[in-house]
Design a protein around this ligand. Structure first.
Ligand SMILES: [Zn+2]
Length: 441
């Protein structure tokens, strides 16, 4: 019984969070038919914002949309036909692309009154005004026989779209809060994401072969499908070793640590991976070596590319090479998360092989490991070049065995030893003889 009461309380609490809000299309969970969602987008005409900070929902001409929350009208856009920014702000919600009218024959007008102040007029028929809404800061204009209001209720019909036949809802310009996160809706579907690791193959992004090591500049490419709910919130790249994961990059669409675009309108950033790229055929996106976001409209499959360098150095590295990531097995993880927190992380296990091996030392001795030194060569790697220092204090005779020890710069899977040439002073009655008795790898 206690559990039932607790459950009931939780249910009441969860309901009350959103009980004072609803979909702009009416009721709860009615946000179907979003025609442009929150996040990077490319307009077909090449104009419009590259990062769309709100969502667009359709309304037919003359069809009203409704307030998602009750509250005061705090702003009515100064009417301007040209920029399509006519908007009404109610309790922090901004409804954009509202119908604007100057003539008296419209059922709905967002217009200037005689004192040049914006007012919103709704007529019950072409000749009878039923409501006049005014911005709260303004003194009430005098209208006879009509309701003059500066607050509206939830679900009230005070919006109609302009000739674009859609309205745009947001929480204000450059406020990184998606309206979706504040509205009641059922959200159960995770964004689907698949990813691959590619390299720049003469200007073409080419996938590393399966079961081979990866190294150098690795293009982490993620294709995220969130078409059904249109509510993608972030894509996070992580790298793990021994089950400890750390973030290597993230595209975050909301919140304080959101992606930074230096120019929202053309989608450019100081961080190349945030750049919003023009899109075309999916096949062309897949072969592109550019970093960035490739937003697509139909079908809704966005592609994200980030160039990760497995050879990056790190001043705190304990490796002689200074590399941050020693050769070994790593797990790449890509997680795409929607506004409701749903995600379905994907993993790829790969081996890093960053270093080309080299012979560090060759020792040659007479007969045994403790025999006279015949030759020692040492190669030192400066990071750019190998330098050899060597000495050869004595020569072997034809009756000696040769003991050879080879030291490599890293563990090897194979190493072969061959004799390419030899020099000798022929003696009568004896052939030239090379005997290799032992090798130590
Ligand atoms: Zn919009």
């Amino acid at each position: 019984m206690k559990n039932n009461i607790l459950f009931l309380l939780l249910l009441l609490f969860a309901t009350s969070l959103y009980s004072q809000r609803q979909s702009p299309l009416g009721g709860n969970n009615a946000l179907t038919g979003i025609i442009s969602d929150w996040g990077p987008r490319i307009m077909a005409q090449g104009d419009g914002s590259r990062f769309h900070m709100g969502f667009d929902y359709p309304r037919a001409a003359n069809e009203f949309a409704v307030t998602v929350e009750a509250g005061s009208i705090t702003y009515l856009s100064p009417a301007a036909r040209t920029d399509h920014l006519e908007n009404i702000v109610v309790n922090g919600w901004r409804y954009l692309h509202c119908l604007f009218g100057l003539s008296a024959d419209e059922l709905y007008e967002l217009r200037l009154d005689a004192q040049n102040r914006p007012v919103l007029i709704i007529r019950s028929n072409p000749t009878t005004i039923s409501h006049v809404y005014v911005q709260a800061d303004y003194p009430l204009p005098t209208y006879e026989d009509i309701n003059v209001e500066k607050t509206v209720g939830i679900g009230q019909n005070i919006f109609r779209p302009n000739t674009w036949n859609h309205l745009h809802l947001d929480r204000g310009y450059q406020v990184w809060v998606s309206p979706f996160s504040l509205l009641p809706r059922t959200d159960t579907q995770s964004p689907a994401n698949t990813f691959s690791l590619k390299h720049n193959n003469n200007g073409t992004a080419t996938e590393f072969p399966v079961n081979t090591p990866v190294y150098g500049n690795i293009i982490i490419e993620s294709e995220v499908d969130y078409e059904n709910e249109k509510d993608l919130d972030n894509v996070i790249l992580q790298l793990g070793i021994n089950n400890t994961f750390s973030e290597i990059f993230a595209w975050r669409y909301t919140g304080g640590n959101h992606m930074i675009l230096t120019n929202l309108s053309n989608g450019t950033s100081n961080t190349p991976a945030y750049n919003i790229r023009q899109t075309g055929l999916l096949a062309n996106i897949r072969t592109s070596v550019d970093e960035g976001v490739f937003p697509r409209t139909t079908p809704g499959l966005d592609v994200f590319k980030y160039i990760f360098n497995s050879k990056q150095t790190d001043p705190t590295s304990t490796l002689a090479s200074g590399l941050r990531y020693p050769d070994g097995e790593y797990t790449f993880r890509v997680t795409a998360t929607d506004l409701g927190g749903n995600s379905n992380p994907q993993n790829l296990v790969k081996t890093f092989d960053n270093l080309r091996p080299y012979i560090r030392k060759v020792e040659i001795r007479r007969n045994t490991a403790n025999g006279d030194e015949l030759y020692t060569g040492e190669w030192r790697w400066s990071g750019t070049a190998l330098t050899l220092s060597q000495q050869s204090p004595r020569a072997a005779t034809e009756n000696d065995d040769i003991w050879v020890k080879i030291t490599t710069s890293e563990p090897m899977t194979s190493l072969s030893l061959g004799v390419l040439a030899y020099a000798s002073t022929p003696e009568a009655g004896s052939g030239n003889k090379v005997r290799l008795s032992k090798t130590y790898l």
